[in-house]
Design a protein around this ligand. Structure first.
Ligand SMILES: *Cc1c(COP(=O)(O)O)cnc(C)c1O
Length: 221
């Protein structure tokens, strides 16, 4: 069994069955993704449009690609045909643009609202109060080709697990409040947790975890 297959097996064994594993394959060559594919992994996450678009045709068509990086407006058109979900919607303007482009090519795409709960200013996304104010039932009604499926977040990069736990709790709380406010049945996804903190994210209700290093090893930038 390959190391990658073993890594996936180890993670999946520790994870509740209803949590989905996004294999974050950024910076790794397609041969390594194929090892993960051969081990049964079908869901991959990438954070750069160019890289995702280049890799997608090199893997079998039953792979599901999720975009998890910062998305620029001028890359939406290029990205859309290749992804089933965009985790990182950081503004209403971007949400509307994705809807327009999806309508243009006659597709519906799932998206998550990116929440900013970390202390780092470099991370993007809606503050919890902004998300509650801006993502309204009326807005969802206006979107014909985008389904807002939930929220995504990243905790602060720190070894202080109490801080990470507080941030995950805030994200979970915001997710629940948004769900109550939106009353949209498909709003059911909470994407949080990476190699260092995913068990804590699962404790706070994550339905999807995004794991790179623990599957593929360290990245060479
Ligand atoms: C790279 C990345 C991950 C995975 O990080 P690891 O620490 O390698 O597991 C998860 N989420 C996002 C948004 C990323 O950019």
């Amino acid at each position: 069994m390959s190391t990658i297959a073993q890594n996936i097996e180890t993670i999946v064994a520790k994870m509740p069955q209803d949590v989905r594993l996004v294999a974050v394959s950024k910076f790794h060559p397609v041969e390594r993704l194929r090892e993960a594919y051969d081990a049964g992994q079908r869901l991959f996450g990438e954070n750069r449009v160019q890289e995702l678009v280049a890799k997608a045709p090199q893997l079998p068509p039953d792979v599901e690609w999720h975009f998890i990086g910062h998305l620029q407006r001028n890359k939406v058109r290029q990205l859309l045909p290749h992804v089933t979900m965009i985790h990182s919607v950081h503004s209403v303007e971007l949400l509307r643009l994705i809807d327009k482009e999806a309508a243009r090519i006659g597709r519906t795409v799932d998206v998550l609202i990116e929440l900013h709960v970390a202390q780092e200013m470099t991370k993007s996304g809606f503050a919890p109060d902004e998300a509650l104010r801006d993502i309204t039932p009326q807005l969802l009604d206006e979107l014909s080709h985008v389904r807002v499926r939930g929220v995504m977040t990243m905790a602060t990069f720190t070894s202080d697990m109490e801080q990470v736990a507080r941030e995950f709790a805030l994200a979970q709380n915001t997710f629940v409040q948004m769900r109550d406010q939106l009353q949209f049945p498909a709003f059911d996804q909470l994407s949080m947790g990476m190699s260092e903190d995913w068990p804590l994210a699962v404790k706070h209700g994550a339905t999807m975890v995004r794991i790179g290093t623990d599957i593929f090893g360290p990245r060479e930038y």
